[in-house]
Structure formats: structure tokens, C-alpha cells
Design a protein. Structure first.
Length: 442
């Protein structure tokens, strides 16, 4: 509650928190738009593969010539990580391997790392967080993105003494979306391909939100950060409005749809027939909490909370998230408080690759949001013994055998070249695999 005051104090002392941003895409650009109005934060370095586009984005956002002139633009994220003026590195590339490399570069240089790159976090986040702690710096999920906002709600609920029955977010989902490819994604967003192209929108990235992959990744990140369980057979995506959250998202024994209390789940803004859910949570996040006492249960009623029929379960939610516009919260929290806005502490959830269609030996997988695979959430006690292939590594790798549509891919199904990202993932599995999981031969 004091970040604004603390930021103003740093600004008044002439010592704003200096940031290096790696990746000036949509999330990064939204953050840059807020920089001139956030006391105590200054962007010293911007790293992007297209330097002129990054400069142009700053001009479009209204940055004045003096601010642009004092900002260092580099093409190398590694260079940004070691820049002497940087206190916090923001990794916003969305590329898992790059995210792992940049996080380790920042940690080695004793910089705090804010990981917008949730793909990298799910691939090796617990290991990176442990390495950051050993180096005396903060590894943090990015506030404004839904995982960090859910972490905040879960922490609030537990700090207040409530049991968390469920936590997650809303999205637009129908079962058929798992097979959508970048060729037909824009119709589901109400756009033509030309309109999307003029808006600079990446079809594969937007498709990852639609086909269920991003939901799997984000729920895995939340499970790992909040010590929440993962549905045994993946996300159910139940149609659900905000008023029905406490009725639906509770233990099956209590009348809900969950295997047990204490799970992650994503709710859909669409009924299965395609009609809109009443009072949907498409853009928001939620936590379902359970009263610990009869007295607290009575207070739920007295203060007008929507509850389940028993009155024991209630929900709190934020209807929207503003991604990069809110990122300053993570930066200030890391630099001024030494605290993350969400951080993985265990390895409970995994996002694995599933074939979108019948695939054949010799084909190249194209990763998140592409034509070949989508990401499914799995508990690690199931994914690791099965040798399931992480979605974050299902990119530019060759298939060794035919795979049926809907089948989970495995490490043994692909020709996986050795890399730093692969080594980090295997190390993370060895160090954080839940007992009694036995990792399959890879």
C-alpha cells in the first residue's frame, strides 16, 4: 500500500528504480506507456530485435525526445542484463529458452528479474527462483498478468484466515478451440486478417490464448506459486459467471465440480452452445474462499457476499486485468521491498503438448499457438512419469513417430537437441519433482 510513496521518495532523491526491458511487444509497450507517469521508475535500457520499431513505439506512446535520447537501445537481451545502470530486468519476450537465459543473466549480474515470460517460468521457474534467492535478488511473476493477480488474491485470502477452495481466471473457451490454427483464429476475435495485420497482431500469439495453451501455462504458474492442486485430467473450463463461482468451484463432495478444494481452474465466458454467460469473468481473476467458522459464515451473509447454497463458500474477484499498464507494481515491489508479486516455490503443475491433428514422423512441431500442438495442464505426478513433452520445448523439434490427434506427446517422440533450456528443465525436474513421481527416461 506504500509503493507510490516509496517510489516518490526514490524519485525525489534522484535515484529512480532503473529498469532494463527485454522485448518491446504488446506487454512491454503497455508498460512503456506508463513510465512517464510512474514516480520512481525509469527505463534505462530497451532490448529488442527490431531497434527502430522499439524507438518508433516510444515515439507513438508520446515519449519526448529527451527521454528517448537518454534511453539505451540494444538488440541483445544479454547486454541489457549486465548494463551497469540497471536495477531490475523485465523479461517480456515470451520465448521460453530466451527467458531462461535472460533470467540467469540478470541473476548472475545481481539484478532483480520480473518474468513476464510465464512460458519460461512454467518450464523452469522453481529452479530460477531458487537461483535468484541464492544470489540475493528477487525473481517475480509480473503484476498485471493474471498469474500474479491470482497470487495476490490467494495470499489475501490465506492471510485473512480463509481456506482457498479454488483460484484462477476467466477466458473465452469452447472445446473446438483446441484445434484452431493461426489461419482461422481471427474470426473468433471478430477481426479480419487484414484488420489484425494492420494492428500488428501476431496470429500465433493470439491463438495461444484461444486454443487453451495460455490458460494451461498460466494455471501451472499459479499452482506452482500458490501450492494449489491441478485437475487430474486437465482444465474443465466450465461456463460460469461471477455469481456462480462459489457454487460451482468447490469440492465435488460439497456439490461443486472440483476433485477437491484447493485447486486451480479456468472459467469460460461462453456456454457450450456458444451463448454468452451472464456476468462473465472473461478478462478477470478470482479466488473462492471458505469460511473457517460459523461466525465467519454468518458475516458472509451479513455483508452481502454471494455464496454457495450452504453459505460456507464465497468468492472475490477482479473483473479486469491491465497487463503491462500494471507492471510497475512488480518492479517497485522487487526493488523497494525485496518482495516478488508471485513466485514459484514448488512444481505441481505442468503444461504439456497435445497433437491438434494427426501428426506424422518427420514433421516439425511449431509450439504454442501454432498448427501442430496445444498445451494441456497436467499434475506433475502424472506428466513426469509419462515423460510428457513440455509445451515450452515443443517448438522447432522433429517428430520421430506418427502421433494421433488428441494424443499427448512425449520426449521420446521427438528429436530433442541439447540446449541450455533443456538442461534447465531436466535439472528442475530432478530437483523439484513431487514424490513419488518417477521421471521417465528422456
Amino acid at each position: 500500500m506504500n509503493l507510490h510513496r516509496m517510489g516518490r521518495q526514490r524519485a525525489a532523491a534522484g535515484r529512480p528504480v532503473r529498469v532494463g526491458l527485454i522485448g518491446a511487444g504488446k506487454f512491454g509497450t503497455m508498460f512503456l506507456a506508463q513510465v512517464p507517469t510512474m514516480p520512481g521508475i525509469d527505463v534505462a535500457v530497451i532490448a529488442d530485435l527490431d531497434l527502430e520499431q522499439a524507438r518508433a513505439a516510444c515515439r507513438t506512446l508520446g515519449w519526448d525526445a529527451a527521454r528517448i535520447a537518454k534511453t539505451v537501445f540494444v538488440a541483445s537481451g544479454a547486454e541489457a542484463c549486465v548494463h551497469p545502470e540497471i536495477e531490475v530486468v523485465v523479461e517480456a519476450t515470451g520465448v521460453p529458452a530466451a527467458g531462461i537465459a535472460h533470467a540467469r543473466g540478470a541473476i548472475a549480474a545481481k539484478k532483480h528479474i520480473v518474468m513476464v515470460n510465464v512460458e519460461a517460468d512454467v518450464l523452469a521457474g522453481p529452479l530460477l527462483a531458487e537461483e535468484a534467492q541464492a544470489a540475493g535478488v528477487v525473481y517475480s511473476l509480473a503484476y498485471g498478468d493474471q498469474p500474479a493477480l491470482v497470487c495476490e488474491l490467494v495470499d489475501w485470502a490465506r492471510a485473512c484466515g480463509f481456506e482457498v477452495a479454488a483460484a484462477g481466471k476467466g477466458t473465452k473457451y469452447l472445446p473446438a478451440y483446441h484445434a484452431v490454427t493461426p489461419d482461422d483464429v481471427w474470426a473468433h476475435y471478430g477481426l479480419t486478417p487484414d484488420e489484425a495485420r494492420r494492428g500488428g497482431m501476431n496470429p500465433q500469439m493470439f491463438n495461444s490464448f484461444l486454443d487453451g495453451t495460455k490458460s494451461a501455462i498460466e494455471m501451472a504458474a499459479i499452482a506452482n506459486a500458490c501450492d494449489l492442486a491441478v485437475p487430474a485430467d486437465g482444465l474443465k473450463f466450465p461456463p460460469c459467471g461471477v455469481d456462480d463461482l462459489p457454487q460451482l468451484l468447490r469440492d465435488r463432495a460439497a456439490g461443486g465440480i472440483l476433485d477437491r478444494d484447493g485447486m486451480v481452474e479456468v472459467v469460460s465466458c461462453l456456454e457450450r452452445d456458444g451463448c454468452s454467460v451472464i456476468r462473465d469473468l472473461r478478462w478477470g481473476v478470482y479466488v473462492v474462499l471458505k469460511a473457517p467458522t460459523v461466525y465467519a459464515r454468518a458475516c458472509f451473509k451479513e455483508y452481502g457476499l454471494k455464496t454457495d447454497k450452504s453459505g460456507w463458500y464465497a468468492a472475490m474477484y477482479k473483473p479486469y486485468h491491465l497487463i503491462g499498464l500494471e507492471l510497475g507494481i512488480s518492479i517497485l515491489s522487487a526493488a523497494l521491498r525485496g518482495e516478488p508479486t508471485g513466485q514459484p516455490h514448488g512444481f505441481r503443475g505442468d503444461a504439456v503438448a497435445v497433437a491438434k491433428r494427426a501428426l506424422h514422423a518427420g514433421e516439425m512441431l511449431d509450439g504454442e499457438g501454432g498448427y501442430t500442438v496445444w498445451g494441456k495442464l497436467m499434475p506433475t505426478e502424472h506428466s513426469l512419469p509419462a515423460g510428457a513433452l513440455p509445451i515450452g520445448l515443443a517448438h522447432k523439434v522433429e517428430l520421430l513417430r506418427d502421433v494421433a490427434a488428441g494424443e499427448i506427446l512425449r520426449w521420446a517422440d521427438v528429436q530433442m537437441p541439447e540446449s541450455d533450456a533443456v538442461r534447465a528443465r531436466r535439472d528442475m525436474e530432478r530437483r523439484f519433482a513431487p514424490e513419488p513421481a518417477v521421471i521417465a527416461a528422456q
